[in-house]
Design a protein around this ligand. Structure first.
Ligand code: MLT
Length: 268
């Protein structure tokens, strides 16, 4: 489905009923990465997955895609769907950076936060240099080169060796992202603020999910997030890397289902 948000044409999926859970994808991906969640969780919640500006089937516009800007797109998306009640925001990796920005700017709209394969810290100087190198690579050699350089690290080594269909579909998502959007994301992530303080102030339930074998953001980042928070549930999923929701969909969905049920029951 498509919807006009802030003058942009954005694509999304909307399945199920009840408490809305907004799924925000990572870089350099799109909403199709949430297919097992949109399918599997529709019985427990209203699963919403959005292609952020420039990604998937959404309109491509020049960047930078600041995390705050992407968070505002998410809020305007909820407005466009006339969703006024607080929602659960679930972001993976860059989607987690957007989820934290969303909380910073729109806290009353958040019933709960799910932070998957993400981190609260800003980029280190080395991380910022790597963003610049990736921008140069994308400009010179295109999205396929970005996909080739990242793909083996996006999943646990075992997943990469054994699940060729999954590897192929992730490669397709990555290689299909226009250079303009790659650059938009990379500059936005490079300049994102440290969110530790945001997490320290979070007053809604938080669930942290991380793959034990994450090679992009090691699992210790999840422990640091938990330390920043006053209360958080944490689950480190074995046999999963950075794309834990695709690698271990049952484990991921069970954790989300329990968390959503807890919010519905008013538990923290
Ligand atoms: C992502 O998966 O969204 C990105 O790899 C996160 C990052 O590069 O910081």
């Amino acid at each position: 489905m498509h919807i006009n948000v802030n003058g942009l044409d954005l694509a999304y999926d909307d399945r199920g009923e009840g408490l809305p859970v907004l799924f925000i994808h990572g870089y350099p991906l799109n909403r199709r990465m949430w297919a097992p969640q949109v399918e599997g969780l529709a019985g427990a919640a209203r699963a919403l997955a959005l292609d952020l500006r420039g990604h998937g089937e959404s309109q491509v516009v020049p960047g930078p895609y600041w995390m705050d800007l992407l968070a505002d797109d998410c809020a305007a998306f909820l407005d466009a769907l006339e969703i006024n009640r607080p929602v659960v925001v679930c972001g993976l990796s860059m989607g987690g950076y957007v989820a934290m920005a969303f909380y910073r700017q729109h806290a009353p709209r958040v019933a709960g936060l799910i932070l998957a394969a993400t981190r609260s810290g800003a980029d280190t100087p080395e991380g910022r240099e790597n963003r610049d190198k990736a921008i140069a690579l994308a400009r010179e050699k295109g999205p396929q080169a970005i996909a080739a350089s990242m793909l083996p690290k996006m999943m646990a080594p075992q997943t990469y060796q054994e699940k060729s269909d999954l590897v192929a579909s992730v490669r397709q998502m990555m290689a299909g992202l226009p250079v303009e959007a790659i650059e938009g994301d990379l500059v936005g992530m490079r300049e994102r603020p440290d969110s530790a303080q945001t997490l320290a102030e979070v007053a809604v339930p938080v669930l942290i999910l991380h793959g034990a074998d994450d090679q992009i953001i090691p699992a210790k980042a999840a422990r640091q997030e938990q330390e920043s928070l006053h209360t958080a549930q944490i689950e480190i999923i074995p046999g999963a890397g950075h794309l834990l929701n695709l690698e271990q969909p049952e484990r991921f969905n069970d954790a989300v289902r329990r968390f959503v049920q807890g919010i519905k029951d008013g538990r923290r």
